[in-house]
Structures are given as structure tokens and as C-alpha cells.
Design a protein. Structure first.
Length: 324
């Protein structure tokens, strides 16, 4: 009995350490590996600035996805939401709207997509996986229809500067914007009643309902927040592409979900942090950049990315300490 108790205690400690420091350890290992293999080209200020630039879009999407996954949900439509948002921004700019209004239009488009998801999940009682899987195709089709199945490149505005690298490895404005929004959401989750409700719903929805948490209203708000951050990612993607593209961000949802799970969130809900999700997103960029430095073909990088996603789910299983 004592040996069994000690083993269980050790396993519990291992899961706590994995949850607390796993993302940081993973990031350190990834950076150390590629630094050892390609020191001269990988370990430079300019290269780390490039990796942070590449992390911004995934990171923005991961902030919203963190809230959704903590609440026990999932959103497979974030890539299509980003594509639709870039098209919306480009079309609004073509109508000579101010860039700020066009950007808000793109963010609002994402929020509207999240609202539709939330209403379908709560009012019709459909599972988030099925709802967002359907919306993934529907929103992509809407983006292609609005753009007449071709990219839209409006005149340059200050929006195009958001993702441009400065001199000597200085970071784009979009990276700082993502970090600022991450701080706000992290504070919201930690110190507000809504944040406590998010964790409560993800931990045990029935118990949260009995405690008086307005489940349906909160779930709708959760998916709206996820959609809004999909819209923020669309603004950054538009700046990166300098236009609206209905075919962009294909597969982005997998990278975003993997980043959140690598960062310590549980697909079962009730667990996760914004900081961990950003670290997870950066790990994805480090791996992609490192593979490029090593001269790996795209198909090899896709296999590596797929392996990371499977590994992220396995880590989630280890943290939860249960077998399917």
C-alpha cells in the first residue's frame, strides 16, 4: 500500500511539474537543438525577430482559443475566420474606408463568426466539434465568394506596416499588439468573475450550473471572444500578406490548437494559461524556422508539424493522468 501511495504521489508531482514547466522546457529544448545544429544562422537577433513575427498570427488566434478550450470547447473554424477577415478588410479598404474602421470590420467579422458558433452550440445543443467543422467549410466558401476566388490587394495603408520588421531585429508592431492583448486576457481570466466562470464551465459544467453560472450566456461570450481574436489574427495576416486572400490560413486551426495544448491547456477543459499558449505558438515557429535552416523540404516540415500535434495530445493525456 505504501509503495502504491508513493508511486501515485510521484506521478501526481510529475504531472504538476509537466503542467507548470513543460512548455518552457519544450521551448528551451527546441531552441537548444537548432542552435547546436545551425548556430550561425539560427542564433541571431534578426532570426528571432522573424520567428516572433511568424508567431504573431498563431499567437493571436491561440489567445482566443485558450479561452475556448479552457471552457471545454473547440473551434476548428479559426483558419477560415482569418481568411474571411482578411477579405473583409480588403473589401472595406477598397470602399475607401479609413484603415482603422476596416481593421475593426475584420475583427467584427471574426466576432460575428464566434457569435454564430456560440448560438448554434447553446441554442441548438450541437457539439462544438461538429458546429465548427461545418463552419470551417462554410466560412471558407463565403471568403471565396466575396473575393470572387482571387486575392484582393487594396492600396497601401498603415495597416501594411503592422507586420514589417524594423532594423537590427526590432519587432513589428503586430508582435507588441499580440503581447499586450495576451496580458489583458490573462488578467481577465485570473481576476474577473467571467474568468472564474470560464474555468468552472470547463471543469464541470453541471456543477457550474448548480452554482448559478449562466452557462449559455457565458458560452456565447466565450465563442465571441474566440472569434474576435480570430479577427485580430486576420488583421495581422492581412498586414503580413498586404492583402486579403480567401485561400490563406489553411490548416491554421491545427497549429493554433496544438499551440494551446502544448502550452498546458487540456482538451477536456478547466486548465490552461495564455502565457503557456504563447510559448506553444513560439515553439511551433521555432520548429518551422529550424527545419528551414536545416534545409528540410516542405513535406518533411509537414510531417514534423503533424508529429508535434500528436505529441501535444499525448502530453495532454500525461497531464491528465488517465488512459482513453
Amino acid at each position: 500500500m505504501a509503495a502504491t501511495s508513493n508511486a501515485s504521489s510521484a506521478a501526481a508531482r510529475f504531472r504538476r511539474v509537466l503542467a507548470a514547466f513543460g512548455p518552457a522546457i519544450g521551448l528551451f529544448c527546441a531552441c537548444a537543438l537548432f542552435a547546436a545544429l545551425r548556430w550561425r544562422t539560427f542564433v541571431t537577433a534578426d532570426n528571432f525577430a522573424i520567428m516572433l513575427q511568424q508567431t504573431a498570427v498563431i499567437g493571436a488566434g491561440a489567445i482566443g482559443m485558450t479561452v475556448v478550450i479552457i471552457a471545454g470547447g473547440i473551434d476548428l473554424s479559426v483558419g477560415s475566420t482569418v481568411a474571411l477577415g482578411t477579405v473583409a478588410i480588403a473589401l472595406l479598404l477598397q470602399q475607401h474606408l479609413p484603415p482603422l474602421l476596416a481593421a475593426l470590420g475584420g475583427i467584427g467579422t471574426g466576432g460575428l463568426c464566434g457569435l454564430v458558433t456560440g448560438l448554434l452550440v447553446t441554442r441548438l445543443g450541437l457539439t462544438p466539434f461538429i458546429v465548427t467543422l461545418g463552419l470551417m467549410g462554410a466560412l471558407r466558401g463565403a471568403a471565396k465568394g466575396l473575393a470572387s476566388e482571387q486575392p484582393i490587394y487594396p492600396d497601401d495603408t498603415w495597416l501594411n506596416q503592422l507586420m514589417r520588421l524594423g532594423e537590427h531585429g526590432s519587432l513589428p508592431i503586430g508582435v507588441w499588439l499580440t503581447l499586450a492583448l495576451a496580458v489583458l486576457v490573462a488578467l481577465m481570466l485570473r481576476y474577473t468573475r467571467f474568468g472564474r466562470h470560464v474555468f468552472a464551465i470547463g471543469s464541470n459544467e453541471q456543477t457550474a450550473r448548480l452554482c448559478g453560472v449562466p452557462i449559455e450566456r457565458q458560452k456565447i461570450l466565450i465563442y465571441v471572444i474566440g472569434g474576435l481574436f480570430g479577427g485580430v489574427a486576420a488583421v495581422l495576416q492581412f498586414a503580413y500578406l498586404t492583402g486579403g486572400d480567401p485561400t490563406t490560413a489553411v490548416g491554421l486551426e491545427l497549429n493554433v490548437i496544438a499551440a494551446v495544448v502544448i502550452g498546458g491547456a487540456s482538451l477536456s477543459g478547466g486548465q490552461g494559461t495564455v502565457l503557456g499558449s504563447l510559448i506553444g505558438a513560439f515553439i511551433m515557429s521555432v520548429v518551422a524556422n529550424g527545419c528551414t535552416k536545416l534545409g528540410m523540404a516542405n513535406w518533411v516540415q509537414e510531417i514534423v508539424t503533424g508529429g508535434i500535434i500528436v505529441g501535444a495530445v499525448f502530453l495532454d493525456k500525461l497531464r491528465q493522468g488517465r488512459r482513453d
